[in-house]
Design a protein around this ligand. Structure first.
Ligand code: ATP
Length: 196
């Protein structure tokens, strides 16, 4: 269990998170919702170790962590298979990587081109594959399904939910239906009210 108590984060002199309490089970999805700027991404970045808390405690964060960030953060000159291979142990057959990318809706002709030449939705699928195939105990998914077309989105959500069974997942989303589909407990983050 990851336990967050009284979390406070100050960025550029502004209090972004204050008094945040939440529990993220080792095997479960917690969806964080709330208005733009309320600190959802910042919370995910704290769990990933990218932002240090200015107050409160975060206990139980596992060592192995993976993420889908709002920007894809792919290695632009590598193809989809090579991007996923970055997080896999040596010896995983290429056919297994290809199968995983197919399951997330990548067509054959998108597998072997540098990812800089893929569409936005195709790149997203590669970023998702890389995060869920990594051997991580915590997966932070920051609006992961943005750019995935409406027709295939439910299937991608289901595949991600299936791939994440047995890990702690923090899902940042603006879509309550998506959170429910992921089997998430939903937490509404309240924006910090500036003191005057
Ligand atoms: N590096 C930074 N330096 C200063 N302020 C920042 C920084 N990153 C984020 N912020 C500010 O912190 C606040 C929270 O940002 P954050 O991205 O966590 O919100 P969010 O809830 O994820 O928003 P959205 O729904 O728009 O993605 C915002 O007011 C933002 O401007």
């Amino acid at each position: 269990m990851i336990t967050v108590r009284g979390l406070r984060v100050v960025l550029a002199g502004r209090v972004v998170l204050d008094g945040v309490d939440l529990d993220l089970p080792d095997d479960g999805v917690l969806a964080v919702m709330g208005p733009n700027g309320c600190g959802k991404t910042t919370l995910g970045r704290v769990l990933l170790g990218l932002v240090a808390p200015d107050g409160g405690t975060v206990v139980g964060t596992p060592t192995r962590r993976a993420a889908v960030f709002q920007d894809d953060r792919l290695c632009e000159h590598l193809d989809a298979v090579a991007n996923v291979r970055l997080v896999l142990p040596r010896g995983v057959p290429t056919a297994d990587v290809v199968d995983a990318l197919h399951l997330l809706g990548l067509p054959d002709d998108a597998l072997t081109r540098p990812v800089r030449r893929l569409s936005g939705g195709q790149r997203r699928r590669v970023a998702i594959a890389r995060a869920v195939l990594a051997d991580a105990d915590l997966v932070v998914l920051d609006e992961p399904f943005t750019g995935i077309d409406a027709a295939s989105r439910p299937d991608v959500v289901d595949r991600v939910a299936h791939a994440c069974v047995g890990r702690a997942v923090l899902l940042v989303t603006h879509d309550r239906d998506e959170a429910v589909r992921m089997g998430a407990e939903v937490v509404d983050l309240v924006p910090v009210v500036p003191r005057v």
